[in-house]
Every structure is written in C-alpha cells, then in structure tokens.
Design a protein around this ligand. Structure first.
Ligand SMILES: [Zn+2]
Length: 84
C-alpha cells in the first residue's frame, strides 16, 4: 500500500535552507483596469507573443469592460529561447 518509498528525512540532509533575507526582490506591477481602476479581472484567454511575452485578454470584474494585459520580459532579462 505505497509503503515501498522511504520516508523523507525531516530537516537536515536535503536541500540547504534558502536564506530569503538575502534573496533579491523583483517588483512586478499588478494590472488594474484602465477603465475604472479595479484590480480584479476574469481571464478569457492568453495569447503567446512568440518572443516570450504573453497577452491576456480579460474582463474587469468591477466594470466588466474588456482590456488586454501584456506581460513581457524586461530588457534586463536573459531570455535565451526564441531570441530575435
Ligand atoms: Zn473596470
């Protein structure tokens, strides 16, 4: 009954603990509705831009107007797939 797998050891022995206080922070703005400023939205579908970017077609949850959210890599990124 699934008893063949050895129980994982707790604590030490596995991956070293991540020191989150030393990790850098990447700030990403959340999308808000350009019509009313509302933060909530319902995603209809996502379209890949082919260059790593993704455009999400959404409807605002507050005013129900449609808008697009384009998420793309910053110039400081190191996007090696599909470079153009
Ligand atoms: Zn809105």
């Amino acid at each position: 009954m699934g008893a063949s797998e050895p129980a994982p050891e707790r604590g030490e022995g596995r991956k070293p603990r991540t020191d989150w206080s030393a990790a850098p922070t990447v700030y990403v703005e959340r999308a808000v509705c350009p019509h009313c400023g509302g933060a909530g939205y319902d995603r209809t579908r996502s379209v890949s831009g082919g260059d790593g970017s993704v455009t999400r077609l959404v409807h605002c949850r507050t005013c129900h107007e449609p808008y697009r959210i384009c998420e793309e890599f910053p110039a400081s990124g190191n996007l090696t797939t599909r470079a153009w």
